[in-house]
Structure formats: C-alpha cells, structure tokens
Write a protein that binds this ligand. Structure first.
Ligand code: HEC
Length: 145
C-alpha cells in the first residue's frame, strides 16, 4: 500500500512539472489566480469587511512567495500568444525587469511574513507588498476591455 502511495505521489509530481512545461499559460494563470484569491481575502480584512485573521494573511503571503519563485519560468518564447493570455509582449522585451519585479515581490512578501504578527503589524507591513501587484500589471498585463 505504502509503495503504491509513493508511486502515485511521484506520478503526480511528474504530471505537474510536465504540465508547467507543456502549458505555461494555463499554469501561470492558475498561479496568479491563487495569488488573487489570497489577496482578495486579505483585501476584505484591510477594508474591515472581515475580521483580522493571521492565518489568512500568512497564506496569502505564502502564495505570493510561491508565485515569485515559479512565475519567471512560465514565460518561455513559445507562450507569447494563445490560451487567452493577458501577458503583454513587453514581458519578453524587458524580461530582466519583469523577473526583477517577481524577485521584489518574493522578498517583500517573505519580509512581511516574518514581521506580521497581529493586526497592527499587518496594517503597517501589508500595503507595501500589495503595491507590487499593480506595479507589474500596469506594464505587463493587458487591461480587460
Ligand atoms: C512581476 C509581474 C506581476 C506581479 C508582481 C503580479 N502579477 Fe498578477 N499577473 C501578471 C501577468 C503578466 C498576468 C497575466 C498572465 C497571463 O494571462 O498569461 C497576471 C495575471 C493576474 C491575475 C489574472 C489571473 C487569471 O485568472 O488569468 C490575477 C488575479 C493577478 N494577476 C493577481 C495578482 C496579485 C493579487 C498580485 C500581487 C500580490 C500580482 N498579481 C502580482 C504579472 C504580475
């Protein structure tokens, strides 16, 4: 039974990495969607529409850190168009700047995760992290019409 479990788990890992390579557009959209869901939950707390919850905030920061690691690998030259992507051509023209923005998000989310322990530290630390989202979308993501 144990052996079977490991075999299945190993297959799942292989399938995930194959998917990332064969369909980077779907993978990056799904990755961003997860970040967006975490940010929306945190946004409700920030607006006072939901009570402060440290686990929700930390989970959102974790998904940002995870995204910052994988996102730079999900824009191969073959993925400029197709799959309903909103990625702008500028990504491939200034890829170093684009990747640096991911590194910045990752570093700031990691830093905030260490500092945020309660509502006061959340209010002090989170807004700066959130600015990274719009800061990148403005240059590199097509606006929905
Ligand atoms: C360094 C650039 C960058 C940063 C930082 C960034 N994004 Fe994105 N985001 C993108 C790009 C590019 C797309 C479009 C991907 C595509 O359609 O292929 C996108 C797409 C999205 C989407 C749409 C996903 C879908 O369903 O197609 C959401 C939601 C989103 N981002 C939320 C966020 C949030 C929230 C943050 C901040 C915590 C953030 N993003 C930070 C570049 C970035």
């Amino acid at each position: 039974m144990k052996k079977l479990f490991f075999a299945v788990a190993a297959l799942a890992i292989v399938a995930t990495s194959v998917m990332a390579q064969s369909d980077p557009i779907a993978t990056r959209k799904a990755t961003m969607k997860k970040v967006g869901e975490g940010a929306a939950a945190v946004g409700k707390i920030a607006k006072g529409e939901a009570p402060f919850d440290l686990a929700t905030v930390q989970a959102a920061l974790k998904s940002m850190q995870d995204a910052a690691k994988v996102m730079p690998t999900l824009f191969p030259d073959t993925s400029k168009t197709g799959g309903d992507t909103a990625a702008l051509p500028k990504i491939w023209e200034t890829k170093a700047d684009f990747d640096a923005k991911w590194a910045k998000l990752g570093a700031e989310a990691t830093d905030a995760a260490a500092k945020i322990k309660d509502e006061a530290s959340f209010k002090a630390e989170f807004p700066a992290v959130g600015k990274n989202c719009g800061g990148c979308h403005e240059s590199y993501r097509a606006k929905k019409s």
